[in-house]
Design a protein around this ligand. Structure first.
Ligand code: NDP
Ligand code: 2IT
Length: 446
């Protein structure tokens, strides 16, 4: 380990003790960046990486609300404003009982590099709450969202910080949050993305993360003269990202074998088709039920409390949550013939799992590149809001495809190794870093 790496690891571990997910994300990036920084002393001298790992601002607040039994409930709300060097803060809100500062700092840090990779002018942020929307009535979710926004509204705005969805925050929650912001400020502005199409949302935003992921995988395969068509695909999760990933995979002629939720996974060897996917949409987005029902409905196997990585496939797409694919899972996937892994979720593969993929020469795409389509179309939603105009579905989809191709190109530029292997992780980290670092250098010590 070089002195620079040792010093950095030591200082960052002390400053952010007890924040394992944040440290994991920072170490993963530092591993590819530090050798690059050593060759570019200006970044070292100006302590760019040290500054990038310290949030510009963190807001933590109380969120009181009243449940359907008339009892007072208290949750904690957060917004981590990580970096505004290249644009207003931008990034999703997560509502999940596991939310804490470490998780939001890791997500905000990843968001900075991801947003840079899109080529659009967006800084990085993340926020959310330990509120669990599961099992809550629509009225309770609305009450919570209104209370959350009453405080958050002091720190966001269309030119300062523009939140969006993430786990547990979809169209319903964005609607309630937007309504409260508008009421508090008396302004109709593009302060959130992922809005409904009727009130300033962009076509293709709901689809964008999943579609973008499949466009990215197609780029990786085409570079080898291969294609998604005809491939068998294992997907985890069954929320926004997974549903539209499955939709695009089916459309492109691949076979989707699995979906999951936090209780287990279903394995449908016949493949999930468009009709079955409609059932999943209704189950998950309307009835808010469990994926187990799919197995009962279509007579396939359900594996309670298990992840889908034991199912043989060509391509694995971890799309649920962080650290959901471990080293043992990576070994099983590779032994069963899987040769492409692309992250729809943020940091779903552990560092040891990624090492297995790298050692075995598997095509591996990190989330900050592969799932950047979601925030990219959020950026396009901001553009349309500023223009007070809406583009067609085809126009946004075409722009999304071009952005994913550009991200792929940037990863290859910085990630191609001497033996021809493309280290997408290194490529994404360096390409994302350079633009932010150059902007920070121009702006002085802020
Ligand atoms: P959703 O809330 O729509 O769906 C989340 C899915 O993941 C559900 O199936 C959920 O199961 C499952 N899940 C969540 N937490 C866990 C857990 N701890 N263990 C096992 N399963 C879990 O979220 P999204 O689809 O929007 O997000 C999925 C991932 O994609 C996240 O990592 C998010 O950060 C990332 N992402 C999302 C983007 C977006 O635009 N929405 C953009 C880029 C990345 P259950 O229903 O049981 O909770
Ligand atoms: O992780 C992510 O990139 C998101 N949840 C989307 C963020 C956004 O602002 O659209």
């Amino acid at each position: 380990m070089s002195v620079l790496v040792a010093d950095f690891v030591d200082s960052v571990s002390r400053r952010h003790a007890n924040e394992p997910e944040f440290l994991q994300a920072v170490m993963e990036v530092a591993e590819s960046l530090i050798p690059y920084i050593e060759k570019h002393p200006v970044y070292r001298k100006n302590k760019i990486l040290e500054r990038m790992t310290e949030p510009e601002r963190v807001v933590i607040f109380r969120v009181p609300w009243i449940n359907d039994n008339g009892e007072i409930e208290i949750n904690r709300g957060y917004r981590v404003q990580m970096n505004s060097a290249i644009g207003p803060y931008k990034g999703g809100l997560r509502f999940h009982p596991t939310v804490n500062l470490s998780i939001l700092k890791f997500l905000a840090f990843e968001q900075v590099l991801k947003n840079s990779l899109t080529g659009l002018p967006m800084g990085g942020a993340k926020g959310g709450s330990d509120f669990d929307p599961k099992g809550k009535s629509d009225r309770e979710v609305m009450q919570f969202c209104q209370s959350f926004m009453t405080e958050l509204s002091k720190y966001i705005g269309p030119d300062t910080d523009v939140p969006a969805g993430d786990i547990g925050v979809g169209a319903r929650e964005i609607g309630f949050l937007f309504g409260q912001y508008k009421r508090l400020k008396g302004e109709f502005t593009g302060v959130l993305t992922g809005k409904g199409i009727e009130y300033g949302g962009s076509l293709i935003r709901p689809e964008a993360t999943g579609y973008g992921l499949v466009y990215f995988v197609e780029e990786m395969l085409q570079k080898r003269g291969d294609s998604v068509r005809g491939k068998s695909i294992v997907i985890s999760g069954s929320g926004n990202v997974s549903q539209f990933t499955a939709e695009k995979c089916i459309e492109m002629g691949a076979t989707v074998l699995t979906l999951s939720d936090s209780d287990g996974f279903i394995y449908d060897p016949a493949g999930i088709d468009e009709n079955k996917l409609n059932f999943v949409r209704e189950l998950k987005n309307v009835r808010r039920g469990r994926i187990k029902e799919y197995a009962l409905r279509y007579g396939c196997e359900y594996f309670p409390q298990e992840k889908p990585w034991g199912i043989a496939c060509d391509i694995a797409l971890p799309n649920a949550t962080e650290n959901e694919l471990h080293v043992e899972d990576a070994c099983i996937l590779v032994n069963n013939g899987c040769y492409v892994v692309a992250e729809g979720a943020n940091m779903p593969c552990t560092p040891q799992a990624i090492e297995v993929f790298r050692n075995k020469g598997i095509l591996y795409a990190p989330g900050k590149a592969a799932n950047a389509g979601g925030v990219a179309v959020s950026g396009l939603e901001m553009t349309q809001n500023s223009m007070r105009y809406s583009w067609t579905r085809d126009k946004v989809d075409q722009k999304l495809k071009t952005i994913m191709q550009n991200i792929h190109r940037s990863c290859v530029k910085y990630g191609e190794e001497e033996d021809g292997y493309i280290n997408y992780q290194k490529g994404a980290n360096i390409a994302g870093f350079v633009k932010v670092a150059e902007a920070m250098l121009s702006q002085g010590f802020v």
